[in-house]
Design a protein around this ligand. Structure first.
Ligand SMILES: Cc1cc2nc3c(=O)[nH]c(=O)nc-3n(C[C@H](O)[C@H](O)[C@H](O)COP(=O)(O)O)c2cc1C
Length: 336
């Protein structure tokens, strides 16, 4: 087990970990070294990125580094993305080889590309020969089978990739079923570059068990952190206020996020929809997740949203990751 303070990364979530979320999150919570942007795709020209300039404008928030992510099977498109990001001051890019959705995977993109090791090798060679920027990969163990990563290992080992983040599932599983820890260990044994673990870290217990099992260079955490934004600080043993005070800090975070979205979206009601996506996870940090989420889901005006959120904080208790309510809902399909 790695005895140094582990590096913790925040996983990307399309539609949730937006530039606004990243800025507000990193302003309120400590413990995350790197935050990955949701994937960029369809980069036909530099201009296609100018429309999204704000999403790529920031390279660091305090000490937290922002890593742009690209979803592509086209080296030229990736080079276009790299040169745009480099001009904005980024020095690292992540290549998405993990997206599981059939409409992506069937086009040999995301985890669908994992079945084509030769193509991955060719793309890596081309992008590495033509950029100075650092590249990392976020992948799964495979698309159809967890053995695919073993075929890819020599290619990754020969590359200049600075690290490989592995979500310990296969693409076909989407987000269902359990992580395959045995296959993750086999992958780890065959890889000679820094490997970051990703998948189902929802609590201190999950983290303890996994960090006793795997000697990895870092941990990428997604849903567990969306549910409990304090999770990285908890895992790193930072001093944290008692749970009742955490509830006040969570409230400040949610209010800041709400106001920042409203401002950024010129008070368009769309701001509530973005927040609803986040609440589908955050509700699980409270004692009655399903009841809370159902109430938030129904709101369709700023007034209604504010009233429901005020009620959540006055009538419900923040329980954070310790209660493992999100995990229970996944495991048992429980109504909580
Ligand atoms: C709604 C949603 C959107 C996601 N968007 C992305 C994305 O843009 N890029 C990516 O690499 N992974 C994406 N993921 C995968 C997560 O980053 C992460 O790998 C996955 O949730 C497993 O980690 P966890 O168990 O810690 O949540 C997404 C997952 C979900 C559920």
């Amino acid at each position: 087990m790695n005895t140094l303070k582990p590096d913790i990364y925040l996983a990307p979530f399309q539609g949730i970990t937006t530039a606004t979320y990243r800025k507000v999150y990193a302003g309120h919570f400590k413990g995350v070294e790197k935050i990955y942007t949701p994937f960029f795709t369809a980069i036909h020209k530099h201009k296609s990125l100018s429309a999204k300039a704000e999403e790529l404008a920031i390279t660091h928030i305090a000490k937290t580094k922002i890593i742009p992510q690209v979803l592509s099977k086209d080296a030229d498109e990736m080079l276009r993305f790299a040169s745009y990001c480099e001009a904005k001051g980024h020095d690292e890019i992540n290549w998405n080889l993990g997206c599981p959705y059939p409409r992506v995977a069937n086009k040999k993109r995301g985890s669908g590309l994992l079945m084509h090791p030769q193509l991955i090798g060719e793309i890596l060679e081309k992008i590495e020969a033509n950029t100075d920027i650092h590249w990392s990969v976020k992948c799964r163990l495979g698309y159809l089978s967890p053995e695919e990563i073993l075929e890819l290992a020599p290619i990754f080992n020969d590359s200049d990739l600075i690290e490989l983040i592995i979500h310990a599932r296969i693409g076909k599983q989407l987000y269902k079923g359990s992580t395959d820890l045995k296959a993750f260990q086999s992958a780890l044994d065959s890889l000679q570059l820094p490997v970051v673990y990703n998948g189902d870290v929802f609590s201190v217990e999950d983290f303890k068990a996994l960090s006793q099992q795997f000697d990895v260079s870092g941990w990428m955490i997604g849903r567990g952190l969306l549910v409990d934004p304090f999770l990285p600080a908890i895992l790193l043993n930072f001093d944290l206020p008692p749970i009742a005070e955490q509830q006040l800090l969570i409230r400040k975070f949610i209010e800041d996020l709400y106001l920042t979205y409203r401002k950024q979206m010129n008070d368009r009601p769309q701001a509530i929809n973005v927040l609803k996506e986040l609440w589908s996870f955050m509700a699980y940090g409270f004692d009655k997740p399903q009841r809370i989420f159902n109430a938030i889901k129904k709101t369709n005006s700023f007034d209604a949203y504010e009233t429901v959120v005020a009620r959540v904080f006055s009538e419900h208790k923040w329980v954070g990751s310790a209660a493992e309510l999100y995990k229970k809902s996944l495991l048992n399909d429980q109504i909580l």
